[in-house]
Design a protein. Structure first.
Length: 97
């Protein structure tokens, strides 16, 4: 059984027991989170999504690897190097239903 959930304006595929990485949530490790289900499927059959909720448990907050951004304007002497590390929250899916 799996469900397509919406979190922070993005959609993720969630299965029971799996850990998914969503954008940073304002939760601490051990807290429970509820997501709204857009689509739920069980063995290839679509199930009603009116009352489907997905419950998850926050595992922790992590950072992705660093991305280097280099900007340059030719013939102007402008160079700029910056880095970015995206913050994520890892959520373990406990229950779909």
């Amino acid at each position: 059984m799996y469900a397509i959930i919406e979190a922070s304006g993005k959609q993720y595929k969630a299965e029971e027991g799996k850990i998914i990485r969503v954008d940073l949530l304002d939760k601490k490790p051990g807290d429970t989170v509820e997501f709204k289900s857009i689509f739920t499927s069980d063995k290839g059959k679509k199930i009603s999504t009116d009352s489907a909720k997905v419950t998850g448990k926050v595992v922790g907050n992590i950072k992705d690897k660093k991305i280097i951004v280099f900007k340059k304007r030719p013939k102007k002497g402008y160079k700029k190097t910056i880095g970015h590390r995206q913050n994520y929250t890892e959520v373990e899916i406990v229950k779909i239903g």
